[in-house]
Design a binder for this molecule. Sequence first.
Ligand SMILES: [Zn+2]
Length: 400
Amino acid sequence: MKHAIIIPDGCADEPQESLGGQTPMQVANTPAMDEIAAAGVVGRANNVPAHLPAGSDVANLSLLGYDPNVYFTGRAPLEAAAQGIQLAADDWAIRCNLVTVENQIMRSFTADHVSSEEAKELLNVVQEDTGEGPLEYVPGISYRNLLLFRPKNGQAPFSNDTRTTPPHDLTDKSVADDFPRGPGSDLLTRLMGRSLELFEDHSVNAARVAAGKLPATNVWLWGLGKTPQLTPFHQLYGKTGKMITAVDLLRGLAALIGWDRIEVPGATGYTDTDYAAKGRYAVEAISTTDVICVHVEATDEASHEGDVAAKVRALEEIDRHIVRPVLEALKARGDYRILVTPDHPTPVRTKTHSHGAVPWCIAGSGIAPDTNSTYDEPTAVASDMVFDDGFQLMPYFLKS
Ligand SMILES: [Zn+2]
């Protein structure tokens, strides 16, 4: 049997005044998703335990059928995996944002979208200052960089009790109470403070300020962890899988569970992504794997920008260019199941991820239809198909 999963990231939302009291999912014209709802089952699942951060990392781990209470170790190791960085058992990966902090206020968690070239220059300076040792700065894309701690003697100062704050949660807020806390936090705080001194008079920042851009004032270290030991998906569920995504986090997760990644030209992780290309690549991949998973970030990005209309539009594009062709290709094969679900809600009101259940719909072989014919939040809330532990949805979806 062939399985397809389509993830419109963060698409679950609240009723909108501008939409006459309806949610973007209710208003969007999504005939393919509604066909799945009518032919199958609509329910809800909670992918983020209350005590864990409401991020795509935790939520997608659940969605892919892994208990985040057991497996979640932090964001940075997932991004390291996406970049093909092999971490030893004692190594730690730390997310290293370039940020703009002025008067103790987080002005920009992206350092005003600092370029990759500028980031590389700045990271060279802190690396030289640190010298040869356990610390290794790894330039990435723009403000999204990594710092590795590879202990020579097997000892790192961090533990699971080390606490950090994502800089995107601090936008326009004071950073004073949100420096790293717990084991090893003095090292992280010292590195952040040292970068402030080294970046202050750097030519990169002089040029940025001259061009009317915000300077990259310092590094912000967060999201640290060791590589999670994820049992391969095939071993757990007896099926192979492939992932289509433009987001490093999902690439990393796929790599760690033993799935192939399919890179689609024109996939941007933004609302201008090439939806049709993603749909085409997904359809092509069906014959080469048991589970094809297509993740689309555009719905989440629309929420981060507080743009209801863009969110509705993104849902319609996903339905038309991805869900529809994948559904038709599966139907033509005969024996299949299809699942559509976001990872977590991202309300446009708050412009950020939230805890709480998300609606899902499943149709295909062996799934007896319920009475629901639309796929949206109210239908899911009324359903008695509920997975309080979101990682239980995957075995339900795959069970023959
Ligand atoms: Zn997400």
